[in-house]
Design a protein around this ligand. Sequence first.
Ligand SMILES: Nc1ncnc2c1ncn2[C@@H]1O[C@H](COP(=O)(O)OP(=O)(O)OP(=O)(O)O)[C@@H](O)[C@H]1O
Ligand SMILES: [Mg+2]
Length: 607
Amino acid sequence: MNKMPSPATAEPIQPMKRLFRYLRNYQGKLWFAVSSSVVNKFFDLMPPFLTAWMIDTVSGNIPAWIGQQTGLSDLWSIIIFLSILTVVIFGLESFFEWLFKKSFMELAQEVQHALRLDAYQQMQSREIGYFEDQRTGNLMAILNDDINQLERFLNDSFNEIIQMITLVIFAGWSLCAVSLELGIIGMFPIPFIILASIYYQKKIAPHYREVRERVGEMGSRLENNISGIQVIKSFTAEDFEMERVTKSSLEYRNANFKAIRWNSLYVPLIRIFITIGFAATLLIGSYWVINDLRGFTVGGLAFFAMMIQRLLWPVTRLGYVFNEYERARASARRVFTLLDTPNKIPNPEKPISLYQVAGEVELQKVSFAYQNGQTILDDLSLHFKAGQMIGIAGPTGAGKTTLIKLLLRLYDVSSGKILIDGKDIREMDKRELRRRIAMVSQEVYLFHGTIRENIAYGLELCEDEAIIEAAKKAQLHEYIMSLPDQYQSIVGERGIKLSGGQRQRLSIARAILKDAPILILDEATSAVDTETERAIQQNLRQLTKGKTAIVIAHRLSTIRHADQIIVLREGIIAEKGSHEQLLTQKGIYADLWKVQIGALSNMESSS
Ligand SMILES: Nc1ncnc2c1ncn2[C@@H]1O[C@H](COP(=O)(O)OP(=O)(O)OP(=O)(O)O)[C@@H](O)[C@H]1O
Ligand SMILES: [Mg+2]
């Protein structure tokens, strides 16, 4: 079986380009929004023209185009015409503002929704190993903060960039058209502003990155502490944790201080450049008007005074826009890295069909190591016939749970093969494979919700009778009926409102209901009393008829009647056989049995 060597990550080299490639699906909306924004900016720049025309008209320099285009020559008619034009232009400006704002907002909402779902789906399908390397806080940050950042960018900053480009082109062109020299003088601050903004951006970016890291760390810390509140209390570690939280919070605050210091310096600095350009144009323009040079009119001067302001002030936002752009880029990188990284446990291109699975399981020379490289399973070969009950025992850390994880293909074997009904599980669709296996895992995880929802987890349509039946077999029904809300009782986050044994039984009911050809119980009855365990077992024996059952247990009485018992130790098979065979071998199993029997008979005689 040749496994595709997949890179650990697939960082997009140009994250923003990748974002716009993603936007292809929204091309129509995007272009509509962009065009509305450009048209809006165009109308927004009209007032300086209108003012100049008006001033020139009243001061006796009626612009030539008015007479040519409208045929008006009477002063009042022209003034009224210009006033009406003003109203029309303002109206159009407002209309297009409404259009672009609405379109950008809609675009941003649609994209964030689609992106979040895509990212979540991709994350959900990633291999377990990925989650072990990532901190929950970090993954949450991608799904929340990063996607919100992109939403904000599409909502505001992207539009601001478009408007700025339109502004510089259109305002620059119109200034130079009125007077090239004055236009150049007026615009001389722009290159400085751009350079200053880039410099500023370079300086502030690391601080913002630090702020983000710190907020992530603080989030993780808080989350961990809330989840572990019981441990904190029972170890009276409140002061210790308070100190750690204080430290995290201080680091966050200090990172913000550094960023703020730069942030507050930027606008005052830029303002100096602008003032110089503005004053210089006023000075030279006035000199020209007074001395009647270059045909420069009062209207022309007013035009310059207004247009330069309109041009330069928005450019001061360049730093902010660069900054938002950078943030969006960082977020796009994280989001698309997640989206573009291939799964390390790939699904086969053409999965073999799994119509009816009998449940024969075979391991051929299976070796396995987790990412840290330490060998957990070493050249393991096993064969479980369909319908058998297999017991697995062995000291803690021997690799029992690991073996199960391999069977579920939560990890892939490092070498060797795992076969179900004679077929390599890597040739099966992962979800199909997992549907054929019902598992009660060592660490029960319940979702916040009702008991009913948790038992019927993953099965949308499920009859109440079937659920009750499963709960009865798991010895949980009576307890449930004793609750005020019965099957509708809320279990709390992670099932916190149930006892350990109740959680286990709920988890068993869940597996019974799944009714899969292979049933795995990993320490599934370790937390229930011996009486309940015996009752569950009797039910299970009927239930697992015709199914392959793999039962992992430290309590050997649980697996005593298994067709085959495997004793795992340090990743290899130490002993194998039926209960009786193993007892006659007088090995580890026999020793353990003796110890436990002693313990058991003591317990039983006392009850
Ligand atoms: N995700 C992981 N990454 C790295 N090492 C792991 C991981 N999970 C388990 N291990 C290591 O693999 C070894 C086998 O673990 P496993 O959970 O299979 O033991 P086990 O036989 O089920 O033990 P127990 O009886 O305590 O449940 C242990 O030494 C453990 O530290
Ligand atoms: Mg285990």
